[in-house]
Design a protein around this ligand. Structure first.
Ligand code: PEP
Length: 258
């Protein structure tokens, strides 16, 4: 269907002790061992990064942080940096999640600085964008989402941005059990890709993986991942149990094979 390799990422948010994280990572790594058609990434809480890294070592599962600062070091109490993420083996970092934008004052300007810093350290940013219910009902979905994408990539060219992953996550679908209809998700994904092409060139835009996030579950994953511009999923709640996350990974493998 496409040369873009599907990516299924689990965002564990503020869940799981070190022992729980280890057990979940071991179960997922055992399932994907030897399979490489679909990229799989786990984003545990920061205190479990090292343990999860050990648990997935030797498998194709990648490690992600849930946030970073843009500076490498300094007087930034409570923060993590791209350099430190590399130090513990992170290949990915979620940036601009709506929970950070909503509850921690994350701005488009901060998101852009974090993306630039991650790229310098060769950590793949997973840039989250998405509209609120109010914005959707006001017909502003594309204005909001394309504006966030544009602000996050401003001043960075296609070469620097090569590894970027975008996650379209309508805020009203996160953790609510509501999911965008597959065709509606496809429309937004296509618009994001089209806008990236206008901004930075078509060949790069065609290579960018655009994930869908928002109550992805085993029973809706195939339909969402069957859309031409839906290259994977960013999964919250359903990534907290291997029984739910593994069937979503399998839907990613089916997309790769279709
Ligand atoms: C998320 O937080 O990125 C997310 C998509 O959560 P959920 O799958 O629980 O809606």
């Amino acid at each position: 269907m496409t040369s873009r390799k599907p990516l299924i990422a689990g965002n564990w948010k503020l869940h799981n002790t070190v022992d729980e994280s280890r057990a979940l990572a071991v179960a997922i790594a055992a399932h994907v061992r030897g399979k490489s058609a679909c990229d799989v990434v786990l984003a545990p809480v920061a205190t479990s990064l090292t343990t999860v890294k050990r648990a997935i070592d030797g498998s194709v599962v990648g490690l992600s942080a849930q946030n970073t600062h843009w500076e490498d070091s300094g007087a930034w109490t409570g923060e993590l940096s791209p350099a430190l993420l590399v130090d513990v083996g992170c290949g990915y970092c979620i940036i601009g999640h709506s929970e950070r934008r909503q509850f921690f004052g994350e701005t488009d300007a901060g998101v852009r600085k974090k993306i630039a810093a991650l790229l310098v350290h060769k950590v793949v940013p997973i840039l989250c964008v998405g509209e609120s219910l109010e914005q959707r009902e006001a017909g502003k979905t594309l204005d909001v989402v394309l504006g966030q994408v544009e602000a996050a990539t401003e001043g960075l060219d296609a070469v620097a941005l090569a590894p970027l992953v975008v996650a379209y996550e309508p805020i009203w679908a996160i953790g609510t059990g509501l999911t965008a209809k597959a065709e509606d998700a496809q429309d937004v994904h296509r618009a994001i890709r089209g806008h990236l092409a206008e901004l930075k060139g078509k060949s790069w835009a065609d290579s960018v993986r655009i994930l869908y996030g928002g109550s992805v579950k085993p029973d809706n994953a195939d339909e969402l991942l069957g859309q031409p511009d839906v290259d994977g999923a960013l999964v919250g709640g359903a990534s907290l149990s291997a029984d739910n996350f593994i069937p979503i990974i399998d839907a990613g493998v089916r997309r790769a094979e279709s």
